[in-house]
Design a protein around this ligand. Structure first.
Ligand code: DX5
Ligand code: ZN
Length: 216
């Protein structure tokens, strides 16, 4: 299977979101990565439900929604209505993670769990068989354009082992500081999906940059 490329709209031009969505529709991107930040779980505020609903009207690909918010349980139905296909919550933001995972699945979405750079893979051992995706943060969440934390490569290998051991079908997605160089190492380590924000939208030709990531 070729690597799934999920460009993060956090680095898109919000004044021209429709063209950015069209560009992704016509590119080799597989998913749209949508970062929701509440200013509490992370020290930044991005966009929320109304923006995602609008994007959903124009997007012709899977919506990969990354919630960086406290108490995500409260909004599961709302994100389903807004068009989320994958709904990813942070391990660090969920007291009753197992309940939240089934809340997402019962609403007809794929359930993802994200880990901050300091959270060990072992934290997922009791839920790995229940989830569809693990999002490993390779930067501290909150902002685009940060540098890749190399320790993530070891975590990808550990996660791959855990997935095998527990007979899980979870996809491994990496988010933060992804470019051609880090992308290559991540794929070698076993990543299935790559999120890229500033590397795609900050490049001269985002469509071409997406193809280059896709070819890795
Ligand atoms: C960061 C977000 C990322 C962000 C990645 O908290 O979760 O999805 O957009 O940006 P880059 O690719 O620029 O590191
Ligand atoms: Zn993200």
């Amino acid at each position: 299977m070729s690597t799934i490329i999920s460009p993060s709209l956090l680095s898109a031009n919000f004044l021209d979101l429709k063209s950015e969505v069209e560009m992704l529709n016509n590119s080799e991107a597989d998913w749209f990565h949508l970062d929701v930040m509440d200013g509490v779980f992370v020290p930044n505020i991005s966009f929320g439900l109304p923006v995602i609903s609008q994007i959903n009207k124009a997007a012709r690909k899977t919506l990969d929604v990354h919630l960086m918010i406290v108490d995500p349980d409260k909004y599961v139905e709302d994100f389903k209505k807004a068009g989320a296909d994958y709904l990813t919550v942070h391990y660090e933001a969920c007291t009753h993670l197992h309940r939240t995972i089934y809340h997402i699945k019962d609403n007809g979405m794929k359930a993802g769990v994200a880990l901050n750079p300091h959270t060990p893979i072992s934290a997922l051992s009791e839920v790995i068989a229940d989830i569809d995706l693990v999002l490993l943060m390779s930067v501290n969440p909150g902002f685009g354009g940060q540098s890749f934390i190399e320790n993530c490569l070891t975590k990808v290998k550990d996660l791959k082992n855990l997935i095998k051991e527990k007979n899980s079908s979870a996809i491994i997605e990496i988010d933060g500081g992804v470019n051609i160089e880090t992308g290559k190492k991540l794929i070698e380590a076993g990543a299935d999906a790559l999120v890229a924000g500033s590397f795609v939208f900050g490049s001269e030709n985002p469509t071409k940059t997406i193809s280059e990531l896709k070819k890795l």
